[in-house]
Design a protein around this ligand. Structure first.
Ligand SMILES: [Zn+2]
Length: 79
């Protein structure tokens, strides 16, 4: 069942774009809006969990979302 080896070899040459969050985490850009939204939401959540105060946690999540979206747009415009 190894008919696609040459294809996968070719694919590995393509570097998937990543953006870096302010916390240093690398966020992989995925080609669908739905998946990208989930990825951002999951990462915003991980920031949220580090903040104890619920209001501050929400503000932190909002900041991370906006930051990541801005970086994605920046990347999209430069490529
Ligand atoms: Zn982060």
């Amino acid at each position: 069942m190894n008919v696609h080896t040459s294809e996968s070899k070719h694919k590995s040459k393509v570097r998937l774009p990543v953006i870096r969050c302010s916390c240093g985490a690398e966020i992989l850009l995925v080609p669908t809006v739905k998946k990208m939204g989930e990825t951002i939401e999951n990462h915003a959540d991980s920031h949220k969990q580090k903040v104890k105060d619920p209001e501050e946690a929400e503000a932190e999540a909002e900041k991370v979302r906006n930051d990541l979206i801005a970086k994605i747009l920046e990347k999209a415009c430069n490529s």
